[in-house]
Design a protein. Sequence first.
Length: 132
Amino acid sequence: TVDGKVTNLRYAYAKEQKDTFDDTKTVILVIFSDKRLSKEALGNWGTRTGMARKGQVVCFEVTIDEDANIKQYYLRYREPVGNPSGNTYQLVYEQETFDQNTISGKVRLKEPMELFGAKIELSVKFNASIMK
């Protein structure tokens, strides 16, 4: 929910990538979206951002480290809402499966929060194969 408008994030994609902060480690980028994403959109954050600004997609993305901690998140919405990676303490990842092939569970905000002037609420249950 962003500013009272409910968006169903029906799709979950998971992609293994190098850790931005430590390139000796890998992390899993999980992209939740309300629409199916093309290979181009999955591989390029700029494409996702452009689509979101045009109102074509809503994405909430989290980066999860090998210890199952959320390190970063980003909301791609009509307006550039931002990348408040320092506020990850407000997010919870309730792990069900996290192995080399699959990640599943629930990602939620502990409570609604305001992010660059927008009120955000989030709770999404997911199961995704990890793309290498």
